[in-house]
Design a protein around this ligand. Structure first.
Ligand code: 5GP
Ligand code: ZN
Length: 113
């Protein structure tokens, strides 16, 4: 989608600190990190929110989590890590291209705010 920030990052039109990628997804560091490791994992395909998923996206969503596991291992988050999808206004979603937050490197409180 031409006016989507994360599509532009996926297309290389806007720079980002990309740390892993494959044919389906890429992982890059969040601009405003909330933990020592804060990485966003996005599909190359534009999907606005989890509400817009179709059955055909099931494998893709699994692949996002597999890439998260790879990044967590690369970042040596051996004491634990968390993934989060924010969906919609109450959850604080600000970018409408789905992104899996990967957070780690410190103790993470529960429940999240
Ligand atoms: P949301 O609030 O939608 O779940 O998460 C959006 C995330 O994208 C935020 O954590 C924010 O810091 C991050 N972000 C926003 N703009 C950019 C950008 O241009 N580059 C990068 N790397 N992260 C961004
Ligand atoms: Zn997009």
């Amino acid at each position: 989608m031409s006016d989507c920030l994360f599509c532009k990052i996926a297309d290389g039109k806007i720079p980002a600190k990309i740390i892993a990628q494959n044919d389906h997804a890429l992982a890059f560091r969040d601009l405003n990190p909330q933990a020592p490791t804060h990485v966003l994992i996005i599909p190359r395909k534009h999907i606005a929110t989890l509400n817009d998923l179709t059955d055909g996206d099931a494998e893709l969503v699994g692949r996002l989590h597999l890439l998260a596991r790879q990044v967590a291992a690369d970042e040596q988050l051996n004491d634990g890590w968390r993934t989060v999808f924010n969906v919609g206004a109450h959850a604080g979603q600000t970018v409408f291209h789905i992104h899996l937050h990967l957070l780690g490197g410190r103790t993470l409180g529960w429940p999240p705010g």
